[in-house]
Design a protein. Structure first.
Length: 131
């Protein structure tokens, strides 16, 4: 995480709550999720997010996924976050390793905009699917 020209380490857990079925059985066409991020050594380290990601399966990769989330640290920083993910490869047909880039734009003058780049694992295992 890059905040005000400082770099920080963070951990994020994202849970796809509602997934929308696609014609392919590999991935949903999109999903609504909630996330919690903890940014180490930051004054207000906890961020809760809710958002939507659209998934496009791409030959040669697993998927590309643009998304948008709203975020809050329940103090001085609330905003919106456009993001872009690239699914790289699958592990045991359950998890997909991906890279995500996200820019966070604050709604408040007291808040701080920041950027994130991270590696994660996607799984729709606990998601409720809608046709």
């Amino acid at each position: 995480v890059a905040v005000s020209q400082q770099n920080y380490f963070s951990l994020t857990k994202e849970i796809p709550i509602i997934s929308f079925r696609s014609k392919s059985l590999n991935y949903p066409s999109g999903f609504i999720s909630i996330e919690y991020s903890y940014i180490f050594n930051l004054e207000d380290p906890g961020y809760l997010r809710a958002g939507y990601k659209k998934i496009f399966e791409v030959p040669g990769l697993e998927f590309v996924s643009p998304g948008i989330t709203l975020y809050s640290n329940f103090d001085t920083n609330q905003g919106i976050s456009p993001e872009f993910s690239v699914g790289l490869f699958r592990i045991f047909d359950t998890f997909t390793t991906y890279i995500r880039c996200r820019s966070n734009f604050t709604f408040h003058t007291n808040g701080t905009s920041f950027q994130e780049i991270y590696i994660g694992f996607y799984s729709g295992l606990f998601s409720f699917y809608i046709n």
